[in-house]
Write a protein that binds this ligand. Sequence first.
Ligand code: HEM
Ligand SMILES: *[C@@H]1O[C@H](CO)[C@@H](O)[C@H](O)[C@H]1NC(C)=O
Ligand SMILES: *[C@@H]1O[C@H](CO)[C@@H](O)[C@H](O)[C@H]1NC(C)=O
Length: 511
Amino acid sequence: MAPPFLSPSLSYLSLWASGVILAIVFLKLFHLLLRRHKLAKAMDNFPGPPTHWLFGHALEIQKTGSLDKMVSWAHQFPYAFPLWVGPFIGFLNIYEPDYAKAVYSRGDPKAPDVYSFLLQWTGKGLLVLDGSKWFQHRKLLTPGFHYDVLKPYVAVFTSSANAMLDKWEEKARENKSFDIFCDVGHMALDSLMKCTFGKGDSGLSYRDSSYYQTVADLTLLVQQRVDSFQYHNDFIYWLTPHGRRFLRACQAAHDHTDHVIRNRKAVLQDKKEQEKIQHRRHLDFLDILLGARDESGIKLSDADLRAEVDTFMFEGHDTTTSGISWFLYCMALYPEHQQRCREEAREILGDQDSFKWDDLGKMTYLTMCIKECFRLYPPVPQVYRQLSKPVDFVDGRSLPAGSLISLHIYALHRNSAVWPDPEVFDPLRFSPENASGRHPFAFMPFSAGPRNCIGQQFAMNEMKVVTALCLLRFEFSLDPSQLPIKLPQLVLRSKNGIHLHLKSLRPESGK
Ligand code: HEM
Ligand SMILES: *[C@@H]1O[C@H](CO)[C@@H](O)[C@H](O)[C@H]1NC(C)=O
Ligand SMILES: *[C@@H]1O[C@H](CO)[C@@H](O)[C@H](O)[C@H]1NC(C)=O
């Protein structure tokens, strides 16, 4: 215990401390209010839906059906409207090609207000990096997606897909609909691990499938945090049960990626393996990361390395899972297109037993259907930026530097000025004749401009191989009692999964 003569100074101290804390809280609040004022003032010329003083539009955003609510607001307010998540974060929400072009043709940084929620998980990987470090990493990793690297992946996609389809053969025999989303997810993770992280031929281990669950949890928590202003402050968030769950899930994800890195490093210790790699003409993603040196010969730091592995491990499977699952749903919804894609695939396959690289370019109808499905069900429905310099829009309105932008890809793809009868599924919109006249920023499933998706080609190849194989093996139809409910969760998911009926097309599988 402190001697009695000290106690007056101790109580002074606590008085001081509370004074300082109060001042900090006050300053923080002042800072936030100033920011709210600035963001709101910048968007003065943009009318929008009514805003709750505290929640902004958060209550509507959190509701089921929020994506279509945005579309109806977009109808009401041409070009753009302010979108508030709580009292302090206001975006200009845009969904018109010229508006998208004004911002996305430049390389403005990602909005830290949203992307910082990923930091604990993905670190500063390509997705969240900005400036010269982003440029350096992008240049470094681009050769990992060269078509000579992608070519052999066709066989990997085929084997992962076939493993899933064999499993479905059994499920289909039960003559009940089932949720395909999770199986597609495991398949996509399996092929990603084989393609970019050099995993051997074995299927997914227990460790991998628990990683899959962890990512589902992490995306749910990040989306919830974006949509709930009371969770925006780090200090408060880490104290909540959700915040602690998020930290635990990050730890679990890192355990998985560390394991992948350690394994590869162990392989590299082996002299023979080293020689093999030197003789390979094209390195895979992890080879590139581990071999990377900057101008002064310094390796990527362990933190940078893990950030990229965490980023690609997530971006590389969750997006294609959403794409493939919603595509199969579209095929179930439109049996006539399903049949046409199947016939095309049969014709291309002929009497070969699997697809080759050159076949991918021949899948023209399937590709049009995939694009039309990306239009209506974009795997990444919304992306955010912060303006580094002012921007002038086509209609004469403008925004100052520092403003926050939300590009609503989902609403952009349903903009009726560009897409007549937007709700109609019509693959012919993407016939070469029809597509060539269209605004280059009208269709942005992979974003566009310098910060577009680096894995675009990888993703399209995987989509084509996997969906063609699915259609050759099964007929897909809806389960009217369990239609999917769209749910944005960083990627587009379904609240109740995607339940489909599968009918095997194999003659030998006795019904
Ligand atoms: C259907 C599949 C996919 C879709 C729809 C998609 C969509 C997107 C979009 C919209 C962005 C921009 C994000 C933003 O501005 O915040 C993006 C960026 C990115 N994607 Fe994809 N993606 C897909 C597949 C993939 C795959 C397979 C990989 C890796 C193997 C990948 C890796 C990345 C990375 C690293 C970035 C950040 C690029 C940068 O900022 O330089 N994506 N993707
Ligand atoms: C499968 O279920 C459908 C309706 O649910 C029924 O019409 C059909 O006869 C069933 N087929 C078999 C082989 O059980
Ligand atoms: C262009 O799109 C329209 C409407 O979808 C369709 O009727 C027409 O056949 C398409 N043109 C071509 C050449 O595919």
